[in-house]
Design a binder for this molecule. Structure first.
Ligand SMILES: Nc1ncnc2c1ncn2[C@@H]1O[C@H](COP(=O)(O)OP(=O)(O)O)[C@@H](O)[C@H]1O
Ligand SMILES: [Mg+2]
Length: 478
C-alpha cells in the first residue's frame, strides 16, 4: 500500500532534495512550509509520517509534534534540526519521537529513518516483527557512516564483515541489514564460532548424514540449510578453524555444499554476514586466517566505533535504557550525565544496558546520580568482557603464543647475524609489560588496587613498575 509523508520545512531547496530522495512508487509526498499550513493539510488527509523541522516561521516544530501526537496516535515523526543543538535533541528524546536527524541533513540517513519509521508503523499489530524493528540509537558521525553503509547494501547480496569491540552492536547491525533486505521474511540464523567446540563447527554449519560419526543418529540440517533464503550471521569468525575456513570458502565460491558424511551436494541461497572483534587482517598476515576467505567475507566492511568514542550517543542510549527498564520512572541528574560521558565503557553498549537494567531493578531512587552508577558498575562482570577473556581464556592464551612466535620468527628472520644485541630479554619483557600494565590501568580507570588484583601482583610491586616503566597515570577515560 502507498504510504503518505508530509514534510514540513521552510527551506525550499532542502524540501526539494528530500522529495527527490524519498520519491518511489510506494511513497506519496506532500510538503508544507509552516506549522499552520502543515496542520491544515493534516486535518484534511491521513498521513503515515511527518518529517518536521524544529525552527519554523510560525513557531516551534517540537510543539507541533507534541500536539499532533495527541491528536493522531498512529502518526510517526522524524525531527530534523540544525546540528549540535543538544536542547532540541533532548526535547525530541522526551517527546519519544522515533528519529532525530541533525542538519546538515544526510539524505541517506533520512532514507534509512523513513524506511524504519514506515516499517515500524506497518508492523505495530504484527507481533513477529516488533523485535525486528529495534531502532539503532545514535547520531554520532561514526554511526552516520554506519547507517549510510547499511542503507547502501541492504538491497544487495554482498557479504559484509562487521568489526567492533564486544558490545558495540555488531549483531544488531547484522540483524538490521537482514531486516531491511529482501530476505527479511526468511530466517536470520546466528552461529558463534567462539562458543562452539571446534570439532562440532563443521557439522553445525553444514549438517550431517545419519551415521556420519558416532552419535549421528539421524540426518540433521546445518546452519546453512536452516538459513536457506535468508541470512547467516557468523559471529567471531576469527575463531573459525583453518580447515573449516577452506570448506566455507568452497561453499561461497560454488554456492553448494555437502553434509558431513554425505555425497550429494546441496545448493545454497544464503547471504553471509560475519563479525569479529579481532583484527582479522593481522590474522591473515600471521597465516591464521585464509586471505582468500577474508576477501570474500569482507566485500563490504562496517566498523562500529567503541561507545567511549560516541560521547553524545552515550546519553541517548542511557536515557533509552533507563526509561525502558524503569518504565520511565527514573531520571539522571547532571553528575550521572558527566559520569556516563567520562566512563570508559569496556563492555560498550552491552555494559551500559546491563548497568541500567541492574539500577532499574535494584534501586528505588528516582534520581540516578554518579554514585549510584559507580556502585552498580559490576567489576567482576567486567572481567567477562572479551578483552579480559583474552587473558583468562586458554585458547586466547594460545593465540597470544602463536602471535608472539610469529613476531619473534619475523624478528630473527630480519636480523643480521653479526649484529650485537644487548639486553634483548629485558627489552622484550618491558615491551610486553608496559602495555599490559597500561591497559590494565586504563581498564580500571586508574584504580591501582583493582589493577594489582587483576594482574595478580602486589600493589607496591605495581607502583614500582609504573615508575620504572614510566607509565603515565590517568584517571577516568582513555
Ligand atoms: N545503536 C544501538 N542502539 C540501541 N541499542 C544498541 C545499539 N547497538 C547495540 N545495541 C544493543 O547493545 C547490546 C549489544 O549489542 P550486540 O549487537 O549484541 O553487540 P556485539 O555483537 O557487537 O557484541 C544489544 O542489546 C543491542 O541491542
Ligand atoms: Mg555479539
Amino acid at each position: 500500500m502507498q504510504k503518505k509523508i508530509l514534510i514540513i520545512d521552510d527551506d525550499h531547496s532542502l524540501k526539494l532534495l528530500m522529495v527527490k530522495a524519498l520519491s518511489t512508487s510506494k511513497i506519496n509526498i506532500k510538503t508544507a512550509s509552516s506549522i499552520s499550513e502543515g496542520w491544515f493539510i493534516l486535518e484534511k488527509e491521513h498521513f503515515d509520517l511527518v518529517i518536521c523541522d524544529v525552527v519554523l516561521p510560525d513557531g516551534d516544530g517540537l510543539e507541533l509534534v507534541k500536539k499532533l501526537k495527541k491528536k493522531f496516535d498512529s502518526l510517526e515523526f522524524i525531527i530534523i534540526s540544525a546540528q549540535n543543538n543538544i536542547l532540541t535533541a533532548i526535547k525530541a528524546d522526551q517527546l519519544d519521537v522515533f528519529e532525530y536527524i541533525p542538519k546538515p541533513l544526510d539524505l541517506n540517513d533520512l532514507i534509512i529513518s523513513v524506511d524504519r519509521s514506515l516499517k515500524k508503523k506497518s508492523s505495530t499489530s504484527d507481533h513477529f516483527q516488533i523485535e525486528e524493528n529495534l531502532p539503532m540509537i545514535g547520531t554520532s558521525p561514526a554511526m552516520q557512516v554506519v547507517y549510510r553503509n547499511i542503507a547502501k547494501i541492504t538491497k544487495t547480496n554482498f557479504s559484509v564483515l562487521i568489526n567492533g569491540e564486544s558490545g558495540t552492536g555488531k549483531e544488531l547491525v547484522a540483524k538490521t541489514i537482514h531486516n531491511f533486505s529482501d530476505r527479511s521474511k526468511k530466517p536470520f540464523v546466528v552461529i558463534n564460532m567462539a562458543s562452539l567446540p571446534k570439532n562440532l563447527i563443521e557439522s553445525e554449519l553444514f549438517g550431517y548424514e545419519k551415521g556420519a560419526f558416532t552419535g549421528a543418529e539421524k540426518q540433521t540440517a546445518g546452519f546453512f540449510e536452516k538459513a536457506s533464503g535468508g541470512t547467516l550471521f557468523m559471529d567471531e569468525i576469527g575463531d573459525m578453524p583453518y580447515d573449516i575456513q577452506s570448506r566455507l570458502l568452497r561453499v561461497l565460491q560454488f554456492g553448494e555444499f555437502t553434509r558431513v558424511g554425505g555425497r550429494s551436494s546441496i545448493k545454497t541461497d544464503v547471504r553471509v554476514l560475519s563479525a569479529t572483534n579481532k583484527n582479522l587482517q593481522n590474522a591473515v598476515e600471521n597465516n591464521q586466517f585464509r586471505d582468500d576467505l577474508y576477501y570474500r567475507l569482507n566485500v563490504i566492511n562496517i566498523s562500529l566505533p567503541p561507545l567511549r568514542e560516541r560521547e553524545n550517543d552515550i546519553i541517548s542510549l542511557a536515557r533509552h535504557y533507563l526509561s525502558l527498564y524503569s518504565d520511565g520512572k527514573k531520571q539522571f541528574d547532571s553528575t550521572a550525565i558527566s559520569f556516563l560521558k567520562n566512563y570508559n565503557w569496556p563492555g560498550n553498549i552491552r555494559e551500559l544496558e546491563n548497568l541500567l537494567k541492574r539500577i532499574s531493578v535494584l534501586t528505588h531512587e528516582s534520581v540516578v546520580n554518579s554514585f549510584l552508577l559507580e556502585d552498580h558498575i559490576d567489576f567482576e562482570e567486567k572481567l567477562n568482557y572479551d578483552d579480559v577473556n583474552k587473558i583468562k581464556n586458554k585458547s586466547e592464551k594460545e593465540n597470544l603464543r602463536t602471535y608472539l612466535n610469529s613476531f619473534l620468527n619475523n624478528f630473527y628472520k630480519t636480523l643480521d647475524d653479526n649484529v650485537e644485541l644487548i639486553g634483548l630479554h629485558e627489552k622484550f619483557i618491558n615491551e610486553f609489560e608496559k602495555p599490559l600494565i597500561l591497559k590494565t590501568l586504563e581498564f580500571c580507570r586508574g584504580n591501582q588496587i583493582k589493577a594489582a588484583k587483576i594482574l595478580g601482583i602486589n600493589r607496591n610491586t605495581l607502583r614500582a613498575k609504573i615508575k620504572k616503566l614510566q607509565i603515565p597515570l590517568k584517571y577516568g577515560k582513555k
